[in-house]
Design a protein around this ligand. Structure first.
Ligand SMILES: [Zn+2]
Length: 222
């Protein structure tokens, strides 16, 4: 029986590396798969991991019908036993429903990898639909760490060094109109997410004479 499995985690927890490993394991067993991704850090139509591995992938553009892609592959004489979906948080709910249909009607295994919530702590629509429809949701156990050493559970957006909690859900590349400034992301524990204390703010606070380094956790809420 095919399954729809959603592997969720924060950034930096090795999702893409695991996606590549999953593809390798199934290939090694003689199965044939198809890899989808969207907005990979390395560019279009590639699935890359921070460890330096990469493989070609189908870019999931707006409106791409994932069901149709698999049907076309099979019509062209290619086997598709499983599908790997990286950056699945960026897929639309309709695309996630197409994945569920591949599982149910074509017996294709779907392994989706993604972040559950955005920098505002709100669920991505694609991740929400995956949680609603998946046979299994698995939280990845490779732990990303906050600067304080605790398990990082939240993704923070940092613009010009300052953490922000408002703005467009997705800022890709140089869409400067959506968020002027240098946009970066940092994983934090909930405690430091809630206090809006990214590593730079913590470092600045530690250097400040007003705040003792050991009392960072006692800093007032913004
Ligand atoms: Zn922390």
């Amino acid at each position: 029986m095919a399954e729809l499995v959603f592997f969720s985690g924060t950034m930096d927890c090795g999702k893409s590396t695991l996606a590549l490993q999953m593809d390798h394991n199934h290939r090694a067993r003689g199965r044939a798969g198809l890899i989808f991704t969207r907005f990979d850090r390395a560019g279009q139509s590639v699935l890359s991991s921070r460890l330096g591995l990469s493989t070609p992938a189908v870019e999931v553009s707006d409106g791409l019908d994932l069901w149709d892609v698999v049907v076309e592959r099979r019509t062209g004489g290619h086997r598709v036993d499983y599908v790997i979906c990286d950056e699945a948080q960026f897929y639309s709910p309709a695309q996630v429903e197409q994945l569920a249909r591949l599982v149910d009607e074509m017996d294709v295994d779907v392994f989706a990898f993604g972040i559950t919530s955005d920098f505002r702590t709100e669920l991505f629509p694609g991740s929400r639909r995956l949680i609603e429809l998946a046979d299994k949701v698995q939280v990845l156990q490779v732990e990303a760490l906050c600067w304080c050493g605790r398990r990082a559970t939240h993704n923070a957006r940092v613009v010009d060094g300052v953490m922000v909690v408002e703005g467009e859900q997705v800022v890709v590349g140089d869409t400067e109109a959506a968020a002027p400034g240098v946009v970066e992301y940092e994983v934090l524990c909930r405690r430091h997410y809630m206090r809006r204390m990214n590593s730079r703010a913590a470092h600045a606070a530690a250097l400040s004479a007003d705040v003792l380094p050991l009392e960072l956790d006692a800093c007032p809420l913004p």
